[in-house]
Design a protein around this ligand. Structure first.
Ligand code: ADP
Length: 259
């Protein structure tokens, strides 16, 4: 009888501990949800005034075209506004992803011309590196969200430039293998330690110990991975510390039956 009551007590204790754990898990989930909601709200709040500032500064720039020094200050201001605006958009994307609300808009477009256009646009703002393109894929069309794939490629290219401060070249390559198109971005920079290779796609993850001097939020690759996975593709990286990294992503060359 004593044994039975001990077992009963143990079970009661176990049940109480279990209930406590469940309560704590619920609380953590709630906090996590509140945090995601906060990021979303804060990003919206920041974006609205920034959009107005941008419009007014652009107007001033047009009005002051003749006055070289003032126009230069304004051009620099616009560059900073664009950077801030990009950061906020990324934060908004993270909260959309967490809420399962990132929408994709699929269309069919020629990949070769698209790659050249994106490279050209990034090259425009990247004076330190020459971006080479080995993109001989003919007239191939892809069925994808053009803007979102542009976001992925731009992110990989700006990372390649940022994390290779001593190099002056970035190489983009596009190849077709069977049903897939594989696009790669190669840099000759600091590289990534082997043990960190899988982590770089995690939300808010940055390889800090190695290069605390590089700015960033650690969300670009997380967003890129989500975008590529939503295209039924894959994104991955190969890297050698000290000699550079190659980021790859694949997307199907053909429209899937269910789309
Ligand atoms: P961010 O660059 O804003 O920190 P990302 O999500 O784009 O965020 O990248 C996550 C991390 O992966 C970076 O902080 C950096 O440590 C590492 N990383 C990304 N691209 C490269 C690269 N081309 N070379 C070396 N490290 C990189």
């Amino acid at each position: 009888v004593i044994g039975a009551s001990k077992i009963a007590r143990d079970i009661t204790e176990q049940v109480a501990i279990q209930a406590q754990l469940e309560q704590q898990t619920e609380k953590l989930k709630e906090l996590n949800r509140a945090k995601d909601e906060f990021i979303g709200m804060a990003s919206h709040e920041l974006k609205t005034p920034l959009t107005s500032i941008k419009a007014y500064v652009q107007l001033l720039e047009r009005q002051l075209k003749g006055e070289a020094q003032t126009a230069l200050s304004i051009t620099k201001t616009i560059r900073h506004v664009n950077k801030l605006s990009g950061l906020i958009s990324d934060l908004l994307d993270v909260s959309r992803i967490e809420a399962g609300k990132l929408q994709l808009d699929f269309i069919s477009f020629p990949l070769g011309a698209f790659l050249l256009e994106v490279i050209d646009s990034v090259q425009h703002t990247t004076v330190t590196h020459v971006i080479e393109c080995k993109c001989d894929i003919g007239e191939l069309n892809v069925y994808a969200d053009r803007q979102r794939i542009e976001q992925v490629l731009t992110n990989l290219l700006t990372n390649a430039a940022k994390y290779s401060p001593k190099a002056d070249k970035i190489v983009v390559e596009a190849v077709r293998t069977g049903n897939d198109l594989i696009i790669s971005v190669r840099d000759y920079g600091i590289g990534i330690p082997q043990a960190e290779l899988d982590n770089v796609f995690s939300r808010f993850y940055r390889v800090k110990e190695l290069h605390p001097s590089f700015s960033g939020l650690g969300i670009g690759l997380f967003i890129s991975q989500e975008i590529i996975q939503r295209h039924h593709g894959r994104i991955w990286v190969e890297s050698q510390e000290g000699s550079g990294s190659t980021f790859y992503f694949s997307i199907p060359a053909f429209k899937r039956k269910e789309e």
